[in-house]
Design a protein around this ligand. Structure first.
Ligand code: NAD
Ligand code: UDP
Length: 319
């Protein structure tokens, strides 16, 4: 029989893929979202499914429902979005974690936190293993997100120690794919939308900073494996694709793929922008038997096709 699964942030980029995938397995899915960084369009195709329910709710307020599993994904993830109202970002992460942990405690649900590679800050160790405590500025413009997510991890492990609850913490590295919004602001969607529109490709800094990009389908499998792992597996577990690329390399790939005549322009590097990121995924391999299967060269064309279809349908979304 299917489980009753709640996904906070379920209308967002990752959340909507998770809803879809968990419905396919025959579960009852409750999507909870306040549409801060998403639209109903990501989930309208699920409305006809009798096992799907949508609740418009802000996780900074308590919620009382009966569920077996909670994926706590609610939080703006793109720097331009989480920096727009940083106080609200910290509230969403910290109050949201407290409210959802309280709900999990009352119902006995297993709860998974969508944490992030941002807990490593600008890392001095490369690649980053889970044992690395990070190098995070506590008072900078990224801190509302980075420190918020670190505090949420603390709350999860204190609930484990104090209440012996089934918790799971996934540290997600940069993930991309269909259903990112054209104005999401993260690098993959920005570059693709710019290339398709024949606009300049905006590289922040000199483009030598690196990221490791995971295709959304792989990431969703990793999250589900972690949620369904034994009680002794709590994480934190890195989930991401270790394939590492400089931002300049990404720009070249996107321009070549789109066949665009866009030129690259260089803009200032935002404060505290990490210079390198690459997950050490040996824990995920050993504990979950999980590793990504879709390299950037396969995932990028699928993402380009998604944005091309949106542009053909709606005109030209400019950033
Ligand atoms: P997203 O912005 O597309 O989705 C976030 C969703 O949360 C949106 O639907 C938004 O409306 C909702 N939301 C925001 N504040 C809320 C609130 N107070 N109450 C209810 N809903 C709220 O981002 P995403 O890429 O899908 O990220 C999902 C989660 O995964 C986030 O917690 C993010 O920190 C984490 N994460 C994502 C990545 C990535 O590369 N995509 C990397 C690391 C961590
Ligand atoms: N970036 C860029 N141009 C853009 C958007 C982002 O050069 O139009 C850079 C950004 O400065 C960072 C990297 O790409 O070094 C990844 O940025 P993103 O916002 O996608 O994620 P994060 O910094 O949170 O990893």
């Amino acid at each position: 029989m299917g489980k009753r699964i709640m996904i906070t942030g379920g209308a967002g980029f990752l959340g909507s893929h998770l809803c879809e995938r968990l419905l396919e397995e025959g579960n009852d899915v409750l999507c909870v979202d306040n549409f801060y960084t998403s639209t109903r369009r990501n989930i309208t195709h699920l409305f006809d499914n009798p096992n799907f329910e949508l609740l418009r709710h802000d996780v900074t307020f308590p919620l009382y429902v009966e569920v077996d599993q909670i994926y706590n994904m609610a939080c703006p993830a793109s720097p331009i979005h989480y920096q727009r109202d940083p106080v609200q970002t910290t509230k969403t992460i910290v109050h949201g974690a407290i409210n959802m942990l309280g709900l999990a405690k009352r119902t006995g649900a297993t709860i998974l936190q969508a944490s992030t590679s941002e807990v490593y800050g600008n890392p001095e160790i490369h690649p980053q293993p889970e044992s690395y405590w990070g190098n995070v500025n506590p008072i900078g413009i990224r801190s509302c997100y980075d420190e918020g997510k670190r505090c949420a991890e603390t709350l999860f492990f204190d609930y484990l120690r104090q209440h012996d609850m089934p918790i799971k913490v996934a540290r997600i590295f940069n993930t991309y794919g269909p259903r990112m919004l054209p104005d999401d602001g993260r690098v993959v969607s920005n570059f693709i939308v710019q290339a398709l529109g024949g606009e300049d490709i905006t590289i922040y800094g000199d483009g030598s900073q690196t990221r490791s990009f995971c295709f959304v389908e792989d990431l969703v499998e990793g999250l589900i494996s972690l949620m369904n792992s034994g009680k002794q597996v709590t994480g934190p577990v890195n989930l991401g694709n270790p394939g590492e690329f400089s931002i300049s390399e990404l720009a070249e790939k996107v321009v070549a793929l789109v066949g665009s005549d866009s030129k690259v322009v260089y803009e200032p590097l935002p404060a505290d922008d990490p210079m390198q990121r690459k997950p050490d995924i040996s824990q995920a391999k050993a504990l979950l038997g999980w590793q990504p299967t879709i390299p950037l060269d396969d995932g990028l064309p699928r993402t380009v096709e998604y944005f091309r279809a949106i542009i053909n349908r709606t005109g030209s979304p400019s950033i």
